[in-house]
Ligand binder design. Structure first.
Ligand SMILES: CC(C)(COP(=O)(O)OP(=O)(O)OC[C@H]1O[C@@H](n2cnc3c(N)ncnc32)[C@H](O)[C@@H]1OP(=O)(O)O)[C@@H](O)C(=O)NCCC(=O)NCCS
Length: 163
């Protein structure tokens, strides 16, 4: 069950080998959870949390025409004023072919994501990717606040292991 209803769309890459689709029913939760639970930002995230995060987001899957899901991103948004881009990845064998740059173009042009006053994201080292579609460092960092608990999934995993 998704917060966002269809109709859903599909985009084909210039080389014809990949498609992007915004239909949540098509996503491969094994691939998404497999990647995110090993990632530097969401290590040990529970599968159910990933599932719930997708249900409350506008999700984008990248698929190899010859195979399964090879990339992902999701946008947490009110579709009116604000969007937060999260959980962007391309699986290792498919990197370096422009897939994430294309994914960012598709997301930026998505009809539900037009006219927003502010987009935000957090990244450790991929600033160059997002700069290509207009993201900049915070102009006034003193005006932006966060409340963050980076260990939350690992604590829950360790508690579970201790039981
Ligand atoms: C980051 C990632 C999504 C890039 O995907 P990709 O499809 O290989 O990227 P592309 O081929 O479209 O190229 C990305 C562009 O951004 C640039 N870039 C900037 N920071 C980068 C980074 N940390 N990793 C990869 N590319 C980066 C590249 O140089 C490239 O620009 P160029 O073609 O002008 O040289 C992919 O490496 C990945 O999944 N990494 C692990 C997860 C991750 O770090 N996700 C981002 C979290 S914010």
């Amino acid at each position: 069950m998704s917060f966002f209803s269809g109709p859903y769309s599909e985009w084909t890459h210039a080389d014809g080998g990949f498609v992007i689709c915004d239909d949540p029913a098509r996503l491969d939760l094994d691939v998404i959870h497999g990647f995110l639970s090993q990632s530097y930002w969401a290590q040990a995230i529970p599968r159910e949390t990933v599932s719930r995060s997708i249900a409350g987001s506008l999700p984008f899957g990248v698929y190899a025409k010859a195979g399964g899901q090879v990339g992902f991103a999701r946008v947490v948004t009110d579709c009116a004023t604000f969007a937060y881009l999260a959980d962007v990845f391309v699986c290792d064998p498919y990197r370096g072919r422009g897939i994430s740059k294309w994914l960012m173009q598709v997301i930026s042009a998505h009809p539900k994501l037009q006219g927003l006053r502010r987009w935000m994201l957090v990244t450790r080292d991929a600033q160059g990717l997002y700069a290509g579609c207009g993201f900049t460092a915070l102009a006034k960092p003193e005006r932006v606040m966060e409340r963050v608990d980076p260990e939350i999934y690992m604590r829950a995993r360790d508690r579970e292991a201790d039981r």
